[in-house]
Design a protein around this ligand. Structure first.
Ligand code: GLV
Ligand code: MG
Length: 346
């Protein structure tokens, strides 16, 4: 294991120094764009007002014969558009694919100074992150990149889940991690045909005797993995995200899945369709009533210690810390969105 001091040294002479703290950014939705489709990339300047992150997808869902066009389209889009505060990410192809090396080398050479994050799919262990970490440092040095490009891993293989803690701490480049329920379902041998969301047969039954009508309670297939991912990420000081929800017609199902992730600690989710942008914005911006309560708690305990009663509920140092999480996030949302700022009373 690398010792703490070398951990923060650049991996190539001339590469920018790794960050000690992640940039504090609002990333409620990572919006996926197919960069080979000109009709879609032409609308990216409009999209910037609606989303926190634009991601050019080069991996799954891009046909094999469009991989080169997607990479070129992403580079052209990145060059043409001023992204301002909106994050610019790409999801490259998996490291064992024929396209990953060209994805990384061509993109860093062409637009490395504009790129915030590379999303790395199918991460199995720390070794995948180490490889990309080293290669990025060499490329950053060669192309005079000023700030380190961060890495975001997709948690979507059984082995990746086994190694989740090692992945989160593999490099100071680690930005965060997204749950990839579709690939993970296949890797685990789950008997489903969906991209995220629940399943009507994953239930517990209320108690009963033979012949009774028993209630079914559908359970969340992703609870275990989300919890494991959130703990690993937050312990490492990086950000957990829910990934894709593939049924675009099920807005309520999508909202419920996103909300569970939000309540459990996730910072955002992927949006694959414009309707999901609106859902992610609503879900991953804290509820004004919760923000009002959190502000009350902080006002009642200005130094964060002691115990007070508010509306019949005990508040102490621990609820103060929860309140701070909610208010800090609300401030981040408010800084970007004057309407929400007014709703929160900032
Ligand atoms: C995302 O990449 C997934 O496999 O769910
Ligand atoms: Mg996947």
């Amino acid at each position: 294991m690398k010792l703490p001091r070398p951990f923060y040294q650049p991996l190539a002479i001339g590469a920018p120094a790794p960050l000690r703290e992640l940039p504090v950014k609002l990333e409620r939705m990572i919006h996926f764009v197919p960069p080979h489709v000109e009709k879609v990339t032409a609308k990216v300047p409009e999209l910037l007002r609606q989303v926190d992150v634009v991601l050019g997808n080069l991996e799954d869902a891009i046909p094999a014969d469009a991989k080169e066009a997607a990479r070129k389209g992403f580079i052209a889009m990145a060059k043409a558009v001023d992204f301002g505060d909106t994050g610019l990410w790409t999801r490259i192809n998996a490291l064992n694919s024929p396209w990953a090396l060209d994805d990384i080398t061509e993109i860093v050479a062409a637009i490395g100074n504009k790129l915030d994050v590379i999303m790395l799919p199918k991460v199995e262990g720390a070794w995948d992150v180490h490889y990309l970490d080293q290669l990025l440092a060499q490329l950053e040095a060669r192309h005079a990149i000023k700030r380190p490009i961060l890495i975001h891993a997709i948690l979507e293989t059984a082995q990746g889940v086994n190694n989740v803690e090692a992945i989160t701490t593999a490099s100071p480049r680690m930005h965060g991690m997204s749950l990839g329920p579709a690939d993970l379902a296949a890797s685990r041998g789950m008997k489903t045909t969906r991209v995220g969301g629940g399943h009507p047969d994953y239930v517990v039954l209320s108690d009963g005797k033979p012949g009774d009508t028993r209630q079914k309670f559908q359970q969340d297939l992703w609870h275990y993995t989300t919890a494991k991912m959130v703990d690993a990420c937050m312990a490492a000081g990086i950000k957990p995200f829910y990934g894709p929800f593939g049924d675009f017609s099920d807005l309520e199902g999508c909202e419920a899945q996103f909300r569970n992730a939000f309540l459990m600690g996730c910072a955002g989710a992927w949006s694959l369709h414009p309707t999901q942008i609106v859902i992610a914005k609503r879900v991953f911006s804290p509820d004004p009533a919760e923000v009002a309560m959190a502000k009350k708690i902080i006002a009642a305990m200005p130094d964060g210690s002691g115990a007070v009663m508010i509306d019949g509920k005990m508040q102490d140092d621990a609820t103060w810390k929860q309140a701070k999480v909610v208010v800090d996030l609300a401030r981040l949302v408010a800084a970007k969105d004057p309407e929400m700022a007014a709703t929160y009373g900032f």
